[in-house]
Each structure stands twice: as structure tokens, then as C-alpha cells.
Design a protein around this ligand. Structure first.
Ligand SMILES: Cc1ncc(C[n+]2csc(CCOP(=O)(O)OP(=O)(O)O)c2C)c(N)n1
Ligand SMILES: [Mg+2]
Length: 298
């Protein structure tokens, strides 16, 4: 099914032309981001439906975060994706990889024809990412709790080698159950890694229940602060808020930055929003149609 996504042709989406955007510092408007995020959600739906893979709601809660990160913040060019000086983006909630893959493809890191192989035998795009499976995918993720430690190593390497790149790690809230997250959370301020950013997609759900009931995560911002981070809390679907907080990294505090992004699991399709059944469910043909209609794609 063709959704009219402009993958692989950055020229056709000039507002989001990746390098130009970073170089010129142009902030896309809300309307432009809204259109982009609808298209990303539409493609993610299509991939999940076709490959019969779960985690649709997990992919939807981080669409705005990934779109703004890759569209405006992370200095990584599709023309030179392994530049040693590029910013690093570690997508730690690997089960939501369809959002990562679709956004990278939209920004020209690989063609839509590759994206369309997602989840098929022999594809480079597995349900959960393998390292450098396509340009822009920095690390193998999916076993939750490892991304922050990986990112910390990258941030530390940047300091040791006197490079100026930053490392952004996107995690999920249930992932913060893992002890390894808090080991990294203790080490990063001790090493004064002001070039490291942890973003938490705080959608209040994990696989089998409410995050607060499973592991009492709140008050999450205060926890990061207590560990020595410069912490912020934002609406994770408000692209201007995301842009505003992530544009100021390093933030001058000398500390690593944690961004607690309040999100809605399944965001964008009313019958999926805040319904954790969509952690596992795969959309039927009818549901696909209804969702695409709601997204304004048909
Ligand atoms: C270490 C580890 N344990 C279990 C899983 C299986 N698993 C995949 S997604 C998920 C729940 C994730 O909830 P959350 O981290 O809040 O992410 P969300 O789906 O809400 O974005 C679990 C337990 C895993 N991927 N890694
Ligand atoms: Mg969650």
C-alpha cells in the first residue's frame, strides 16, 4: 500500500531537509510537523499491519520526539551518516523501531523500498534494530535497559577524544524499571557528561500494566534531579516544546540532561490512545482503514 511518503527524496520535503535545517537553524512550523507526524504514523501502521508486528502504541507515543530529534536536533547527515563527529542517537526502546525506521527513511537515510522490506525474511530491518542495519541506526536495542549505558560510553568517548558531538538516548518509561538505567544515571553526572541527553517517553504504560503500579516511577523528573541531572518535563507531543528544550544542549549547567516527556500511548488514533491492548494488537484491514482516515491520509 502506497501512502505517499517521500522517503529517500529529501528534495521533496525541503522544509525538513536535514542538513539544511541544522545548518540554517530553521524551525519548522507546528503545521509542518503535524503533517510529517501524520505521515509517519500512517506508514508505521502500514508496516505493522503488513509484517504483523506488535508495539504499534509504543511506536505512536514517540513519533513527535523522534521527528523533532532527527528533523531538527541530531546533527547527522544522510550524506555522511558515519561521520565521526556526528551527534549520536540511540533509540533504546527498540520494540518501537518502526518509528525510527520510518523517520530515518523519510529524512533520506535509506529508500522507502528498503523500509517496505521491514519484518520480512532477509531484511536488514528486523522487528528490533541491529547495529548499523541501515544508516542512522547506531545500536542494537530492544533488550530494554542498555541504551543509556551505550550512550554514556559514546558521550564519554566524545569527551576523551575532545570531540564536540552530543549523544541523545530515547528510552521508554517501563525501561526505567531496569537497574542498569540507574547505574548509568549515577555515572553520567560523576563524569560531568553535559553532552548526554536522556529522553524518557513517559506514556504511563508498560507491557502488562500502568507504570506507576508496576514500579512507582513518579516523580520521575525529581528522581533524575536527585541523581544529579539537569531535568526538564515537557509535553512529548508538543513539537515546539520538544524543540525548545532539546535546542539547549549542553544547557550550561555542566550536568547531563534528562527530559521527561509526557506522552500518550497510541497517540494519534483515537481508538488506540491510552488503550494498552495496542501494545500487542495488530490492526485488521478495517482498523487500518479507520486509522488512516482519522490521520487524514485518505
Ligand atoms: C529487558 C527486557 N525485558 C522485557 C522485554 C519485553 N518487552 C518489550 S516492550 C515491553 C514493555 C515496555 O514498556 P515501556 O518500556 O514502558 O515501553 P512502551 O511500550 O510503553 O513504549 C517489554 C517488557 C524487553 N524488550 N527487554
Ligand atoms: Mg511505557
Amino acid at each position: 500500500m502506497e501512502l505517499g511518503l517521500t522517503a529517500g527524496t529529501r528534495e521533496s520535503a525541503p522544509v525538513f531537509e536535514h542538513c539544511g535545517l541544522n545548518r540554517l537553524g530553521i524551525a519548522p512550523t507546528d503545521a509542518e510537523y503535524d503533517a510529517l507526524c501524520r505521515r509517519i504514523r500512517g506508514k508505521v501502521l502500514e508496516l505493522s499491519h503488513r509484517a504483523k508486528t506488535p508495539h504499534l502504541a509504543s511506536a505512536f507515543s514517540c513519533v513527535e520526539l523522534v521527528a523533532v530529534l532527527l528533523g531538527s536536533i541530531v546533527k547527522m547527515s544522510p550524506d555522511n551518516p558515519y561521520d565521526p563527529n556526528r551527534d549520536r542517537f540511540v533509540f533504546s526502546k527498540g520494540h518501537a523501531a518502526t518509528t525510527l525506521y520510518t523517520t530515518l527513511s523519510t529524512f533520506g537515510f535509506f529508500p522507502e523500498s528498503v523500509l517496505d522490506t521491514f519484518g520480512t525474511a532477509g531484511s536488514t530491518l528486523a522487528e528490533q534494530p541491529s547495529p548499523r542495519c541501515q544508516p542512522g541506526v547506531e545500536a542494537a536495542t530492544g533488550s530494554l535497559g542498555h541504551g543509556l549505558s551505550l550512550g554514556l560510553g559514546m558521550a564519554l568517548a566524545s569527551k576523551i577524544k575532545e570531540q564536540s558531538f552530543r549523544t541523545f538516548v530515547l528510552m521508554s518509561d517501563g525501561e526505567c524499571n531496569e537497574g542498569s538505567v540507574w547505574e548509568a544515571a549515577m555515572l553520567a553526572p560523576a563524569q560531568r557528561l553535559d553532552n548526554l541527553v536522556a529522553i524518557i517517553d513517559f506514556n504511563k504504560w508498560q507491557a502488562t500494566g500502568r507504570s506507576q503500579e508496576v514500579m512507582a516511577l513518579s516523580p520521575l523528573k525529581q528522581k533524575w534531579e536527585a541523581f544529579g541531572w539537569s531535568a526538564y518535563e515537557i509535553d512529548g507531543h508538543n513539537t515546539q516544546e520538544i524543540l525548545s528544550v532539546l535546542s539547549k544542549v549542553p544547557d550550561g549547567s555542566g550536568r547531563p540532561v534528562a527530559v521527561v516527556a509526557n506522552t500518550v500511548k497510541g497517540k494519534g488514533v483515537s481508538f488506540m490512545e491510552d488503550d494498552n491492548n495496542w501494545h500487542y494488537r495488530i490492526p485488521s484491514e478495517e482498523e487500518l482503514l479507520a486509522a488512516r482516515k482519522e490521520l487524514g491520509l485518505i
